[in-house]
Design a protein around this ligand. Structure first.
Ligand code: ZN
Length: 449
């Protein structure tokens, strides 16, 4: 009887591939690092889940234990998969865990480094190898598809804290116990017809920065430990971590490998409690949408960047050099084309994939806008180009509004209106997969491009 039930159900396949580079290799995330990685604490993985429904809709989710995929990598992978097997852009979503103990993925965050020719050769080679591996892991997951069931549930983990401490002299980095957080742990379980757990996709909104810049061992921070823990508990499963809107969220306490393991284990325990409990089955239907919106930067003059070249820190100088080059070549230094993706799982669970280091306000506001809908807002998706502040954070200032753009080699800060554009884009992306917000608080039409 069960085979009849599954005949019209989902077909799902999973695969994973080791993306740990050989050491020594330059790590990324902390500008202050002065030495390359000296070893491997645990491997870094790219993992893929392919979901097909009976009417031929298809969705691929790719997780990576990396700081963030640059546009160059994700779009190359998406284009190659389109050429090879006709995957549409809306049918594939990438996410990065934002581990600060992973390798540099060129050219993301390239301002923090000034490599020797040999080092540059190495990071460029890693970027190409990674691109190939991401294509391969998706193709392997497609090969593995078979009848499966999906179910969803939620847990909680409490180690994420708001890191923006508002002081009289500005925004400092610390632990703001009153600051906003999102402690939701969404869990999607993939089960074979015989009941074996084959896949676990889980999310959380917290920077993978438990381990700091003094560490020289490659690892996935708490998310790496959580995935290892879950794959031990469920030996037939591939566990995939998807990072939420963690831009202004840090783990606490932090600073050691032992604490990263502790947070990872507590997250895994929260996930396992959901997996072992009663989860809500998802009807075998999948749909996705993809759109872009033009984010605008506040104007800053050529004179300002020329001044930066003379007087700024080494990072400010590098950024100025990059922007002036872009300006001299006539490239667009006023806008950023920002992708927004939505996934509808069986008309009962929804995932939004926002690009960049989105702050937690986006998760909270989208959930408020779509009250009553079961949804997860992933940040760090498809590409990580810089922080994406909310209107509140843009006004307050600080690293997430301003300084990060130096290290990312971006113009900016963003113009006011960024939040409205992203909220409007999210509403449009969700509408395209058949879901409307509880109430239209945001004015439609002219604001959205
Ligand atoms: Zn970050």
């Amino acid at each position: 009887m069960q085979s009849i039930l599954y005949a019209a159900g989902f077909k799902i396949g999973l695969a994973k591939t080791n993306i740990t580079p050989d050491v020594p290799v330059w790590m990324t995330g902390f500008a202050a690092r002065t030495t390359p990685a000296t070893g491997i604490l645990h491997p870094l993985w790219a993992k893929a889940m392919v979901i097909e429904d009976a009417s031929g809709h298809r969705m691929i989710i790719v997780s990576t234990d990396l700081l963030g995929l640059p546009h160059q990598v994700s779009e190359k992978v998406a284009n190659t998969l389109y050429e090879k097997i006709g995957i549409q852009r809306k049918e594939i979503m990438f996410n990065s865990s934002h581990t600060h103990s992973g390798p540099m993925v060129w050219p993301g965050l390239s301002m923090i480094a000034d490599y020797s020719v040999e080092d540059q050769r190495k990071v460029s080679l890693y970027q190409r190898t990674l691109t190939d591996k991401l294509v391969e892991v998706v193709l392997e997951a497609i090969k593995n598809v078979g009848p499966m069931q999906l179910s969803v549930g939620h847990g909680q983990a409490n180690f994420a804290f708001n890191r923006r401490v508002i002081t009289k002299t500005g925004v400092a980095s610390g632990v703001n116990k009153e600051g906003v957080t999102d402690h939701d742990v969404p869990v999607i379980k993939v089960t074979a017809p015989d009941g074996t757990v084959k896949g676990i996709l889980f999310g959380y909104a917290c920077h993978n920065t438990t381990i700091q810049g003094d560490n020289t061992l490659l690892n996935g921070d708490y998310a790496g430990f959580a995935q290892i823990n879950l794959e031990k508990r469920y030996p037939d499963a591939i566990a995939m971590f998807i990072l939420g809107c963690a831009g202004d969220q840090n783990p606490a306490p932090r600073g050691t490998i032992a604490l990263a393991q502790q947070h990872g284990d507590s997250l895994a325990k929260a996930v396992a409690t959901v997996v072992n409990g009663k989860m809500r089955p998802i009807a075998p239907y999948i749909q996705s949408s993809w759109l872009t919106t033009q984010l605008e930067f506040q104007p800053r003059s050529v004179d300002d960047y020329e001044k930066d070249i003379e007087t700024g820190s080494v990072y400010v100088q590098r950024r100025a050099k990059l922007v002036l080059e872009a300006y001299n070549r006539g490239w667009d230094t006023k806008h950023y084309t920002y992708p927004i993706q939505a996934i509808n799982f069986g008309n009962s669970f929804y995932m939004i994939a926002l690009a960049g280091e989105t702050v937690v306000d986006y998760s909270l506001k989208i959930k408020e806008q779509f009250k009553g809908k079961d949804l997860f807002v992933a940040g760090y998706s498809n590409e990580v180009m810089c922080y994406i502040p909310s209107e509140r954070i843009l006004k307050e200032g600080g690293y997430e509004a301003n300084d990060n753009l130096i290290y990312y080699g971006m113009m900016g800060p963003f113009k006011t209106g960024i939040e409205r554009k992203i909220m409007n884009g999210t509403i449009q992306a969700l509408k395209a997969v058949g879901v409307s917000p509880a109430a239209y608080k945001i004015k439609q039409s002219n604001n959205f491009r």
